[in-house]
Design a protein around this ligand. Structure first.
Ligand code: HEM
Length: 382
């Protein structure tokens, strides 16, 4: 017997006892799909893709994160600076969270626009709403984990909303906190729940797709599929279309976050001088004009909003001397300071840019190929 024959028999043997292959064939290969779905129907698979990205990057981050109020912030800094490609994983997870929401919002608006919430898809829609609520809770708890100022106060503000519940509000808040303020028990339970909920979401997404496959997809015309002439199998038509969609989405995602177009973030501009914020802030001190009044203890600064800043001028011509005799004008020193601040805030900036450019080039090539393949596969569909 040939090797493929033996393999097929093994697969049949397995499938007769646990029909996973048949299940996958029904739902991802044969699933009858309307011919006329437009690109707005790509966003469900994109959301599924993002859920997987978030779970994988989250798992790797959790291996290095320490959920303790004294250690959490430093463990995140360690991930960014010392863990190999920790910065990449964390940026994927952080920016990925935003992209996930963008994708799901578009998915929801597609549903609203085309009436996909109407019978017989009500339950599918309600399950979607449950997913959305779970996503919000998960994202909120993730935001708290680095335990910076924004995390702490974010947690304080949002949990305090529950105190508005009549009679039992304060009890609920104390329960959520695990004490009488946002503290270590809060961080611990938020970490546990932030780890758990994405798997719950995954389970609910399975129900979502199950419900979808029971009532079948809506389509841009909003009228029911009339017969076999209106449908095509999911594979290869929509597998290739979804893969093309993922390619385009990844180009958008990789081009963001500082890779391409060139990073316009505050800090990088600061390195070059000119309109940069930090540079012009520390070189922006000027004599107080006669018509300007400053509150006591404030200094005049042309860059600072309102022109009144509490920080006294610190950098002047010749304030320090360089051992190698390099120019020590105020401008030169300010440029050094901003370059140092930029480096200290992101030591791997250059590497991030280089990797970003390569990734985007690769994605362009792969997506162009996928587009060509899609055109070929769809050539016979009318
Ligand atoms: C993790 C989040 C989600 C994932 C992974 C997901 C996944 C999917 C997938 C794969 C499809 C089929 C492809 C498509 O029609 O785009 C779909 C369809 C659908 N989803 Fe979602 N979904 C999510 C969130 C939501 C939310 C929040 C809602 C609404 C509140 C929603 C409502 C729907 C509806 C109504 C359909 C049927 C659309 C149609 O056939 O016209 N989904 N979803």
């Amino acid at each position: 017997m040939t090797a493929p024959g033996r393999l097929n028999r093994a697969i049949d043997w397995f499938d007769q006892r646990l029909p996973i292959i048949t299940l996958m064939k029904h739902s991802a290969v044969e699933y009858p799909t309307p011919k006329n779905l437009n690109y707005w129907w790509n966003f469900g698979s994109l959301a599924g893709f993002m859920l997987v990205v978030m779970i994988v990057t989250g798992l790797v981050l959790a291996m290095q994160f320490t959920p303790h109020v004294d250690l959490a912030f430093n463990s995140v800094e360690r991930i960014m600076r010392d863990v190999n490609y920790g910065w990449l994983i964390r940026y994927l997870h952080m920016n990925g969270a935003s992209m996930f929401f963008v994708v799901v919002y578009i998915h929801v608006f597609r549903g609203l626009y085309y009436g996909s919430y109407k019978p017989p898809r009500e339950l599918l829609w309600w399950i979607g709403l449950v997913i959305l609520l779970l996503m919000m809770a998960t994202a909120f708890m993730g935001y708290v984990l680095p335990w910076g100022q924004m995390s702490l106060w974010g947690a304080t503000v949002i949990t305090n909303l529950f105190s508005a519940v009549p009679v039992v509000g304060d009890t609920i808040v104390t329960l959520l906190w695990g004490g009488f303020s946002v503290d270590n028990p809060t961080l611990n339970r938020f970490f546990v729940l932030h780890f758990l909920l994405p798997f719950v979401i995954f389970g609910v997404v399975v129900l979502h797709v199950w419900a979808l496959h029971s009532v079948k997809s809506n389509n841009p015309l909003g009228i029911d599929v009339k017969g076999p002439q209106d449908i095509i199998p999911f594979h290869p038509y929509y597998t290739v279309k979804d893969l093309f969609g993922i390619g385009v989405f990844l180009i958008a995602k990789a081009s963001n976050g500082g890779a391409l177009p060139p990073d316009l973030s505050l800090i990088v501009k600061a390195r070059e001088g000119g309109p940069d914020y930090v540079f012009s802030l520390i070189t922006g001190f000027a004599p107080q004009p006669p018509d300007v009044e400053l509150p006591p203890g404030k200094y005049y600064n042309t860059t600072f909003p309102g022109h009144a800043i509490s920080m006294p001028p610190q950098i002047t011509d010749g304030a320090i001397e360089f051992a190698d005799g390099a120019p020590n004008t105020a401008d030169a020193i300010a440029r050094d300071v901003t370059a140092f601040l930029q480096w200290a805030s992101e030591p791997e900036l250059e590497e991030r840019h280089a990797l970003g450019v390569k990734t985007v080039l690769f994605l362009f090539a792969a997506t162009a190929l996928m587009y060509a393949l899609k055109r070929r596969v769809w050539a016979g569909v009318h």
